[in-house]
Design a protein around this ligand. Structure first.
Ligand SMILES: N[C@@H](CCC[C@H](N)C(=O)O)C(=O)O
Length: 295
């Protein structure tokens, strides 16, 4: 029986859509119920429908203004979400939860620094410092030590009995990046996506991206997300593709990324002896609503 009315905002960044729930004052959905209710709310055709659910929660560290939690449509919790954190920033600013245009956000993937572009009280876009990328296989718990402790860059993995060259990186959450000359339209994402997502090399699964290089400052990509499947865009994914492309010498530091849902702009920069990246893109409120759930 449904017994609780839940207030939510439905938001998206380039069509990568999220249900946003404010738990900054009090917890609405008990922890043990979150995966089940997230799955229910995300089910397209049967409920609101989304790629995931974002919770606004109080920070646990002094330096952060607020904490960001992101659950995928399958109920699993992810460490970070690039499109989601821009939606989150718009939500917390416009609802007066964090009323400044620069904010420090705690995520499971580390502390993130955001700058918002605000016009007449409305957040149009934001830039997120995505932090230092982690290319080290032994430092990325998602990557099985069996594939080595060095960086896993442009190396072969057997997928569907065939070798496929890919690179692994973590920007808080895990990504496998595959540069290809094959037209993205012809990639069987529904088949290859789950095979790579669940490959034994990635015991905690991975997000998967196929990338065409247009020129040194422009790429086109197609994503299969861990826990969500095909999405119109992936912010941490776009960041990962730009970082890997830069590291392999294929791309310059400024990269315009074309995704099925629109464009993101990534800037790679030197950080703490490695590489960091800024991600810039918009965030949109689709609608606010109330849904009845069984809590
Ligand atoms: N869509 C996101 C990433 C969401 C989390 C991801 N599916 C994971 O499990 O790591 C983005 O924009 O970054």
């Amino acid at each position: 029986m449904k017994n609780t009315l839940l207030i939510f905002s439905k938001m998206h960044g380039l069509g990568n859509d999220y249900v946003v729930i404010d738990e900054s004052k009090k917890e609405i959905i008990p922890e043990y119920k979150k995966p089940e209710i997230v799955e229910e709310l995300c089910r397209r055709g049967f409920s609101i429908g989304a790629d995931g659910v974002i919770f606004v929660v109080p920070p646990t560290v002094d330096k952060a203004d607020i904490r960001f939690r992101i659950f995928n449509a399958d109920g699993s919790e992810a460490e970070m979400c690039g499109n989601g954190i821009r939606c989150f920033a718009k939500f917390v600013y416009e609802n007066g939860i964090v009323p400044h245009d620069e904010m420090v956000v705690e995520t499971l993937g580390g502390i993130k620094y955001l700058e918002l572009i605000v016009r007449s009280g409305e957040v149009l876009a934001s830039t997120v410092d995505m932090g230092k990328a982690n290319f080290k296989a032994d430092a990325i718990p998602m990557i099985n030590p069996l594939i080595g402790t060095d960086e896993f860059m442009d190396q072969e993995l057997i997928v569907d009995s065939k070798p496929m060259k890919m690179s692994a990186v973590s920007v808080g959450n895990p990504h496998a990046v595959i540069f290809t000359d094959e037209d993205l339209e012809t990639i069987d994402l529904d088949y290859l996506g789950p095979l790579i997502e669940n490959h034994e090399a990635f015991p905690q699964k991975t997000n998967v991206h196929f990338v065409n290089i247009i020129n040194r400052g422009e790429i086109k990509m197609l994503t299969w997300e861990r826990g969500a499947g095909f999405t119109y865009a992936c912010g941490t994914g776009a960041t990962s593709c730009a970082l890997v492309g830069y590291k392999l010498g294929k791309l310059d530091e400024n990269v315009l990324v074309h995704l099925p849902g629109g464009d993101l702009f990534i800037v790679v920069y030197p950080r703490d002896g490695g590489l960091g990246a800024f991600m810039e893109g918009d965030a949109v409120l689709a609608f606010d609503g109330v849904v009845e759930v069984d809590i």
